[in-house]
Design a protein around this ligand. Structure first.
Ligand SMILES: NC(=O)c1ccc[n+]([C@@H]2O[C@H](COP(=O)([O-])OP(=O)(O)OC[C@H]3O[C@@H](n4cnc5c(N)ncnc54)[C@H](OP(=O)(O)O)[C@@H]3O)[C@@H](O)[C@H]2O)c1
Length: 304
């Protein structure tokens, strides 16, 4: 008999699906809020794993509240722009409060945006805006700051050019960037979801590593010599963000080119430094290192 109920939104997504898998390893009932248009294959997979699926109108506080009744925490793993981060999350949060749920985990899963100002990163501004609403509500909340998803280092992040054996960086080659895998973030989030005394903010990182150290790891793994190339300073990056945004605004896209550049600027900013972490809050967590991710990638994609 499960001793807790956790309701989750965004369970058909990449991170959300993994959080559900981790929750199902615990003694909890997992209720997943989905839309009528959500991916049916993913829903069937989650159902087969043991999650309980509830198809709701995500604009209806009442419908969502019904699914939240009896839950000890509502987890959001939604992804999107203002209509999702602010509007859909507000409905979800209000529904959780209406149902008497004591705790909420917003879909933050980012670098620590409490250290940055509005205007520096559009997607993080939206989260900060949602927090103003969240922090005024009668519900406890925990934000998880996992910094950059480590998995993106081998594809989305324009940093390692394997074919050319280049490591590109902006700013300081010794600046340590914090990375956590999506899987480790999900495992940690599942722990937070069942932890009734989690604080407002938790900061985790699987690895902290500088561009210079990434080059050393690549050299060791491949036996080759990777070149470290400084693409410019953070001032130049800021200028390029402005120009790119002007000529290619793509306002409706979640990750237009300039948005990726804003993340890069934040990653290389010393305000993203992490002096202490909450990694040890839950026993049994094993943190994947950048070296592990690169070794796996190179095994599957040898460079010569
Ligand atoms: N730190 C990092 O480096 C990093 C990188 C990437 C993502 N993230 C963050 O991780 C979190 C999860 O992202 P993800 O990549 O797992 O997202 P994803 O795979 O794109 O999944 C998004 C989920 O949100 C749901 N959704 C979107 N709009 C919705 C709406 N209006 N109403 C209800 N559900 C809606 C989708 O449901 P449907 O199936 O119904 O569409 C889906 O389940 C986000 O906070 C994202 O910003 C962090």
């Amino acid at each position: 008999m499960p001793n807790k109920i956790i309701t989750i939104a965004g369970g058909t997504g990449n991170l959300g699906g993994r959080i559900i898998r981790e929750l199902l390893k615990k003694e909890v009932e997992v209720r997943v809020l989905v839309r009528s248009g959500s991916n049916q294959e993913k829903i069937a997979e989650l159902e087969q794993l043991g999650a309980k699926i509830f198809t709701v109108d995500m604009n209806s506080e009442q419908e969502i509240a019904e699914v939240c009744k009896g839950a000890s925490c509502v987890v959001s793993a939604l992804a999107g722009l203002e209509d999702v981060v602010i509007e859909a999350q507000k409905v979800l949060l209000d529904a959780a409060i209406l149902a008497g749920v004591p705790r909420f985990i917003p879909s933050d899963y980012s670098l620590d945006f409490t250290k940055f100002k509005d205007g520096e990163n559009r997607n993080l501004d939206l989260r900060r805006q949602f927090h103003k609403y969240l922090d005024a509500q009668p519900i406890a909340a925990t934000s998880i700051f996992n910094f950059t998803f480590m998995d993106m280092l081998t594809n989305e992040i324009p940093m390692i050019i394997f074919k050319k054996k280049w490591v590109l960086y902006w700013g300081n080659a010794d600046h340590k960037i914090s990375f956590t895998t999506i899987e480790d973030t999900a495992t940690y989030t599942a722990n937070v979801a069942v932890d009734d005394s989690s604080p407002r903010y938790l900061r985790i990182t699987g690895d902290q590593i500088s561009p210079k150290e990434i080059r050393e790891v690549l050299n060791d793994l491949t036996g080759e010599k990777f070149r470290l190339i400084r693409t410019g300073g953070l001032g130049l990056l800021s200028a390029l963000i402005k120009i790119t945004r002007l000529f290619s605004p793509a306002k409706d896209e979640l990750y237009p080119a300039w948005q990726g550049m804003q993340y890069m600027r934040n990653m290389m900013d010393e305000r993203a430094d992490l002096k202490t972490t909450d990694n040890d809050r839950y026993p049994g967590m094993e943190w994947t290192k950048v070296e592990d991710v690169l070794a796996q990638y190179l095994q599957e994609n040898p460079i010569s």
